[in-house]
Design a protein around this ligand. Structure first.
Ligand code: AMP
Length: 137
């Protein structure tokens, strides 16, 4: 599937729309999910333009997973979380809504997840959570 330059995460990467960042380096970006399925729900994306997991070269995937691990560590430490649901929806059929590959890091139990991409969180609360996560790197 062709990469849509106008998808919301491409706009975030070009800084055309804001996000609440918790981590950034040359190849990856992590930011708060605006419709969290649990408190502290964070997204990690590669900067590489890939729609699904299968469009991501192995080297990019490896790097992105290192970032996922770093961010999981910071979420657990910063939010005193006991475990993380790591979720990746690859393709529209799986429910993927944003066509830029991303990993969901959700400090919760799989049995307690709220509905996917449904309820906007309070921005001030998200910023506070992001500060706690950033302080834990
Ligand atoms: P998926 O359905 O796996 O593609 O997940 C997309 C995720 O992006 C959902 O959890 C949405 O809540 C989240 N989302 C959509 N727009 C934004 C945005 N502007 N900033 C942060 N998260 C977003």
């Amino acid at each position: 599937m062709a990469y849509d330059q106008n998808n919301i995460f491409a706009k975030i990467l070009r800084q055309e729309i804001p996000c609440i960042t918790v981590y950034e380096d040359e190849y990856t970006l992590a930011f708060m999910d605006i419709m969290p399925q649990a408190t502290g729900h964070t997204l990690v994306i590669p900067k590489y333009q890939a729609v699904t997991l299968l469009d991501l070269p192995a080297s990019e995937l490896t790097y992105t997973m290192h970032t996922v691990q770093k961010v999981v560590h910071a979420i657990e430490k910063g939010l005193n979380a006991k475990g993380i649901v790591l979720m990746q929806l690859s393709g529209e059929s799986a429910g993927q809504t944003v066509p830029h590959v991303h990993f969901h890091l959700i400090p919760s139990s799989v049995h307690d997840l709220k509905e996917h991409a449904s309820n906007m969180a309070d921005q001030t609360e998200l910023k506070l959570l992001a500060e706690k996560i950033k302080a834990a790197f």
